[in-house]
Design a protein around this ligand. Structure first.
Ligand code: DOR
Ligand code: ZN
Length: 339
């Protein structure tokens, strides 16, 4: 039977949540990945080094794989200062996460205005200390243009701080690809959902709230151009699932939160996708090698994930005590399965 081995797969954008939810979902990631960039938008957001280190402990305590590497992103708020940044860097944190206020789940502590003297100072210090700046780049304009409108801000930060690595998180708009090509210090993460789905998957037939995410899924052209970046494993992009669990009952409410829970079987789904396009040989770079380069990751314990070309099913639901989680592509078949 055909097999592939992936060395040190990394998920460069992940929501693991906290408490019971963390306990319920962490195995989906640690069984497939050797490490992940973990997002700080918890109910108590990760705004200090102390909170980040506690959160890292909580993740490791609940991880079966004790070598799993959580890279905790530190949430940029109005109170972040140089002293805290130095402390963070000295404690091994290296990723800052910028949320525009109100852009997404638990972003109420994010920045109201991005290019103020205060935040420019933070970016300057971040550059000096060698942080990576990960940005949820959306304006508060029309939903399909939000990422595009934010492009001016990416360009401005990239020009002003040419040594600061900036990540366009979950790139969703083909017009952002220009930024990657123009600025040496701009990179991107890509999700499985933005490279395989469009707005039609949310509202082209019946309304599918489980496909509602931020940034919103866009047009076939956006999907296809971003898929192409992934399939060629463009050296400036890495895989970041943005797997973001919300209870089914909350996803079905009015004013439901954005978020797609894509973690279950996601490496198998990626193998399927790359194989279907005749690019299986590029999967290793997309799910690991590019990220290692971009984020300068050198200290991973070696982990090999073997997949076999034998079909498997993505669970229809994950039953939790309180309620269910509905995984992306639930109940569908993938051609690859873990060994
Ligand atoms: O769809 C999303 N869900 N996008 C985000 O930016 C946040 C995430 C979440 O935390 O639920
Ligand atoms: Zn996210």
């Amino acid at each position: 039977m055909q097999e592939i081995t992936l060395h040190n797969p990394l998920d460069m954008h992940l929501h693991l949540r906290e408490g019971e939810m963390l306990k319920n979902i962490i195995d989906f990631t640690t069984s497939q990945f050797c490490g992940a960039v973990v997002m700080p938008n918890l109910t108590t957001p990760i705004t200090t080094t102390k909170l980040a280190l506690q959160y890292k402990q909580e993740i490791l305590q609940n991880s079966k794989d004790k070598n799993f590497m959580p890279f905790i992103a530190l949430y940029i708020t109005d109170t972040l200062d140089e002293e805290e940044l130095v402390l963070a860097r000295n404690n091994g944190l290296k990723i800052l996460k910028l949320y525009p206020k109100g852009a997404t789940t638990n972003s109420q502590n994010g920045l109201d205005e991005i290019l103020t003297p205060r935040t420019l100072k933070i970016f300057e210090i971040a550059q000096k200390l060698g942080f990576i700046l990960s940005i949820h780049g959306e304006s508060n304009g029309f939903c399909l243009d939000r990422e595009y409108e934010f492009g001016k801000i990416f360009a401005k930060i990239a020009q002003t701080f040419p040594k600061l690595k900036i990540i366009i998180e979950h790139m969703s708009d083909y017009r952002s690809i220009d930024l990657l090509e123009t600025y040496e210090n701009i990179y991107a993460t890509l999700t499985l959902h933005h490279i395989t789905m469009t707005l039609d998957d949310i509202l082209g037939a019946g309304l599918r709230p489980h496909h509602f995410c931020k940034p919103i899924l866009k047009t076939p052209k956006d999907r296809d151009m971003l898929l192409n970046l992934a399939l060629q494993a463009h050296p400036k992009v890495s895989f970041g699932s943005d797997s973001a669990p919300h209870l089914e009952k909350n996803k079905l409410k009015d004013n439901a939160p954005g978020g797609i829970f894509s973690a279950p079987m996601i490496l198998c789904a990626l193998a399927d996708l790359f194989e279907k396009h005749g690019k299986l040989e590029n999967l290793q770079a997309f799910v690991s090698d590019n990220a290692k380069q971009i984020y300068n990751i050198t200290n991973l314990k070696s982990k090999e994930i073997k997949l076999q070309r034998k079909h498997a099913w993505i669970p229809t639901q994950i039953k939790l005590i309180q309620n269910n989680l509905i995984p992306l592509n639930n109940g569908t078949m993938v051609e690859w399965s873990p060994i």
